[in-house]
Design a protein around this ligand. Sequence first.
Ligand SMILES: N[C@@H](CCC(=O)N[C@@H](CS)C(=O)NCC(=O)O)C(=O)O
Length: 223
Amino acid sequence: MSEIKLVIGNKRYSSWSLRGWLALKTSGIKFEEVLVPLYRETSHAELKIANPLAPPKVPSLKIRDKAIWDTLAICEFAAEQATEVALWPTDTFVRAHARSVVAEMHSSFMALRDYIPMDLSKKISYGQLPGDVESDILRIFEIWRGCRSRYAGAGPFLFGELSLADIFFAPVAVRLYSHSVPLDEVCQSYFDTLWALPEFQDWRAAAEQEEWVIGNANEYTVQ
Ligand SMILES: N[C@@H](CCC(=O)N[C@@H](CS)C(=O)NCC(=O)O)C(=O)O
């Protein structure tokens, strides 16, 4: 049993869990996954048992008698502990650019998050979205195009090699996919790269197997 435990929510729905999990997986750190299904009466109590020193949110890390919570702190821990890969770009200014993108993702895009929650079981055809949601999406495309035009020579991800910036956009890719949001050539190519990340494929495959489903009326059922 690993002494590092990552507490996550439903793979189908928990966008922040996906980020923390991808950061740990791609870092190569060995960890044990503890999945607590969210939005049930007992969820908060179960989260407290899984990681007593963290708030009852996911993701959180439990390392012996220590807790690390909030996705950004967990991702920074993964980047610091990774020995085989660099989850931040090595160049100072490129790294600062990547951190700007990650910080913007962490603190913004509320309209997109509220209107299109992550749901890996959902796929509907595209329809006109509210203006503030469209504005969030246009800003995301602006970030993607800006990074791809600057760093395409270094690799297929936003900053060339895979970085935490890509990991932060993984749940956004799910949101765009589930509402069939049209992408231009540059954004589609980046989306395809992100979607094909093996660890992301593993997460989606596990989400498909989950038995907890939130229905149309927001009721929570077990299949
Ligand atoms: N800013 C936090 C957000 C964590 C968060 O809100 N997680 C959601 C799931 S994606 C959660 O735990 N919801 C369960 C609840 O609030 O009961 C982070 O970055 O980790």
